[in-house]
Design a protein around this ligand. Structure first.
Ligand code: SAM
Length: 330
């Protein structure tokens, strides 16, 4: 069992399986990102060992993310392998966060492996705007991917980063679309992570304002639902759909944080918004047994901070954390 210094039980592991991505979303990465040398990455076998050790320590939910998890070569071998923990009941959920670009190809295999829900990041329903936000993304491919995921039996949650002056006029349309398609929708505040071209103050849209504005047109009723993540949900009366808000800036929920994150090089971050980290690659590689790895994980959990302190305003010109979201995984 992993219990941190603030008595929070750690049951949710998010693993960034690659820092590479086939999109260059403007709020996430610079266009000319430098990625890690491939030799620094944990192998798929090492990632399996790492995840399995966490499962042994009480993790009940694993989310694979990135970068774009589905562009990592042979990723289905890892996902299919981890599916054994779902079948034995040691894991409640194995899931991924994806930009959807490869879903058409992988959706049936994901379901086969034991994945039942996927988060698809989609910030707009306008193809031209989609091209502007993602720089390299193909809107039709993502739509085909979403359709394939649905056909494969996967439940879909759409994640939308709320961007001032970019997609703030589209939330009504996204709520209506997700409601009619039967998808959950979660709006996310942009977080100050990593240097990008441009100023985050210009992009930041407090979701407290967004919610107030939505309530002029939609009947939003708070729900007690928790999916083990940071979102807080409401029911949209007019569509019957579920709408989530992830508000690390206007209201953080660190007191109920149950997560840690591991990068593709085996660095564990105990908080998305803090620099403190713990190397798991050296203990993983130091011996064939998992004792050293387990000890390193527990030592890191013992340092999990109370919470993050993201701030976005003109006085804080630098990002709160230097690494990009694609390193730790969103
Ligand atoms: N490539 C996958 C995807 O697009 O979902 C997984 C990784 S991506 C980094 C995960 C999520 O983080 C996406 O929903 C993305 O929009 C979000 N994200 C990236 N940078 C962010 C930032 N600075 N603030 C808030 N969300 C961000």
């Amino acid at each position: 069992m992993m219990i941190d210094p603030f008595d929070r039980r750690i049951s949710y592991l998010r693993v960034s399986v690659t820092d590479r991505c086939d999109f260059r979303c403007v709020y996430c990465m610079a266009e000319d990102m430098t990625f890690l040398p491939k030799r620094d990455l944990l192998t798929l076998e090492e990632l399996d060992r790492l995840c399995t050790t966490f499962v042994g320590l009480g993790v009940r939910k694993i989310r694979l993310t990135g970068g774009e998890p589905l562009v990592r070569r042979n990723i289905m071998a890892l996902i299919a392998g981890l599916g054994r923990h779902v079948r034995t009941g040691d894991l409640d959920e194995l899931t991924i966060t994806t930009n959807g670009s490869q879903l058409e190809r992988f959706a049936p295999a994901l379901f086969e492996a034991g994945v039942r829900r996927v988060n698809v990041s989609l910030d707009t329903l306008d193809p031209a705007r989609f091209a502007a936000i993602t720089r390299w993304g193909k809107y039709e491919r993502v739509m085909a991917g979403i359709e394939a995921a649905r056909a494969a039996g996967l439940k879909i949650k759409i994640n939308t980063v709320a961007l001032k002056g970019t997609n703030e006029d589209e939330f009504d349309r996204l709520i209506a679309w997700c409601g009619s398609e039967g998808f959950d929708l979660t709006l996310i505040e942009t977080m100050p992570m990593g240097d990008i071209e441009g100023d985050r103050t210009d992009q930041y849209l407090p979701l407290s304002h967004v919610r107030r504005s939505l309530e002029e047109r939609w009947t939003l009723t708070d729900l007690p639902d928790r999916t083990g993540g940071p979102a807080r949900y409401v029911r949209v009366g007019e569509t019957g759909g579920r709408l989530g808000f992830i508000t690390p800036l206007t209201h953080n929920f660190c007191e109920s944080c149950n997560r840690v994150r591991v990068t593709c090089t085996g660095t564990m971050y105990m908080c998305l918004g803090q620099e403190d980290a713990c190397d798991l690659r050296a203990p993983l590689r130091a011996s064939e047994g998992d004792d050293l790895l387990r000890a390193a994980i527990l030592e890191g959990i013992g340092r999990k901070p109370r919470g993050h302190d993201f701030v976005i305003d003109r006085r804080h010109a630098r990002p709160a954390v230097a690494r990009h979201m694609s390193v730790t995984g969103g």
